[in-house]
Design a protein around this ligand. Structure first.
Ligand code: SIN
Length: 199
């Protein structure tokens, strides 16, 4: 192996995911860890006109909102060497160009080693983004999620997969925001089925 290739192979970048990246990273990585970042809460406050909605009916997807008392659980992925450029290119299209997210550095704490924080890149959407939706009640958010779909899939799938990840990998975490929206959305499913049958 050439000297430059060896240096490149030693480079390492961590990417923290807290939305769809927890169940569908879709980029090459060396290893992953479940854990959390402190000082942010996860909220279904960002709009999505590409992956889970469209211009007429924007979906609701998660972003991080600063809150000193909160923490958000997810997955950090370590990308190394030549994978870094490739993964960043892919994520830039998926998260920034199509999703409206910007990048931010955060300190990730893995469940297995809480004494060694890891600097990780994450993607967040801010209130200054034109497709940002902002706060709403669980019922209002559920009503929007229940009827929206985009190029990547239905908004309900996005919500349920995130809830499933939390229940499976972080069962000790009480995520009231996520689970109250999940419950409100599931309560709407019978009505959605009936209205589909009548169409
Ligand atoms: C995203 O990664 O933000 C969107 C992808 C998806 O909705 O599955």
């Amino acid at each position: 192996m050439k000297h430059q290739d060896m240096i490149n192979e030693q480079r390492s970048l961590w990417v923290f995911g807290y939305g769809s990246l927890v169940w569908r990273p879709d980029f090459k990585f060396k290893r992953s860890k479940v854990g959390y970042i402190q000082g942010y809460k996860r909220r279904f406050w960002h709009g999505d006109t590409f992956h889970r909605g469209d211009i007429d009916m924007p979906g609701r997807v998660v972003t991080l909102v600063e809150d000193d008392d909160a923490c958000t659980w997810g997955v950090a992925y370590e990308v190394t060497g030549s994978q870094i450029e490739e993964s960043l290119k892919y994520l830039n299209v998926r998260e920034s160009e199509c999703g409206g997210y910007i990048t931010k550095w955060v300190e990730f704490i893995s469940r297995e080693d809480s004494h060694t924080p890891i600097l990780a890149l994450t993607y967040i959407a801010t209130a200054s983004n034109p497709i940002y939706q902002g706060p709403a009640s669980p019922e209002e958010i559920a009503a929007q999620i229940a009827v929206c779909k985009g190029k990547t899939g239905h908004n309900i799938e996005y919500l349920l997969r995130l809830a499933q990840f939390m229940k499976r990998y972080c069962p000790e975490v009480e995520d009231d925001h996520l689970f109250s929206i999940e419950a409100a959305t599931l309560a709407l499913v019978p009505y959605l089925l009936v209205s589909k049958q009548m169409m």
